[in-house]
Design a protein around this ligand. Structure first.
Ligand code: SF4
Length: 208
């Protein structure tokens, strides 16, 4: 019997030929199903709402699907961006995918980072860029907006700094209508700078 346990993950969507949206060069966005947060203005509720559809895939099946763009990835310095949902929960899948995909591909992840630290530890050697949407660093604002605590996010941010990979992180800091203000965002930036981050991307959520 095959000793290797098959690693399957629920893939909600695969979006090809994205240019300068999720990282360098041409990228394919792989959207995983499921998320522990319930953000009020979630852009991808189809990744967690009841009745939403997805396909269980192995890393090998995903590789077969996305390899059609190998030449584009290699020519432009692009690759795969894992999003969701919460892709960091799929660290075992990503680890296996990284092992079997061409080594020249860039592997990026768009995450809210509210996951057990074992996933972050596993991802650090695999990921070229962490794009981290922190929502807001203020615990009350975060809880009101997402429904859960951000203490795990903060622990994971500190862990990334302690592992020397803050330079691989781009921190997204949203203005969240009805939940935070410009001055809250400034506070988040200051707190993140004190932790050791320097690369920020300020943007505004659209109410849905
Ligand atoms: S983390 Fe992303 S996918 Fe999850 S609820 Fe928030 S916006 Fe939606």
């Amino acid at each position: 019997m095959d000793q290797k346990k098959e690693i399957k993950s629920p893939v909600a969507a695969v979006s090809r030929l994205r240019i300068a949206t999720d990282g360098e060069g041409v990228t394919t966005l792989v959207v995983f199903h499921a998320c522990p947060l319930r953000c009020r203005w979630c852009l991808n509720p189809q990744t967690w709402k009841e009745g939403s559809t997805y396909t269980e895939m192995t890393p090998e099946q995903l590789l077969a699907r996305v390899s059609v763009d190998d030449l584009y990835f290699q020519a432009t310095g692009g690759g795969i961006t894992f999003g969701g949902g919460e892709p960091a929960l799929r660290s075992r899948f990503i680890e296996e995918f990284r092992r079997i995909c061409p080594k020249e591909w860039k592997i990026n992840i768009e995450t809210a980072m509210n996951v057990p630290q074992e996933h972050v530890r596993r991802l650090i050697p695999l990921i070229d860029e962490f794009v981290i949407d922190i929502k807001d660093m203020n615990p009350e604002i975060y809880r009101e907006y997402t429904g859960i605590s951000n203490s795990q996010v903060i622990e994971n941010l500190k862990f990334l700094v302690s592992e020397g990979v803050a330079g691989k992180c781009r921190i997204r800091i949203p203005l969240i209508p009805e939940f935070n203000t410009d001055s809250d965002r400034d506070s988040s930036v200051r707190e993140l700078q004190e932790l050791g981050f320097a690369n920020f991307d300020r943007f505004e959520y659209i109410k849905r």
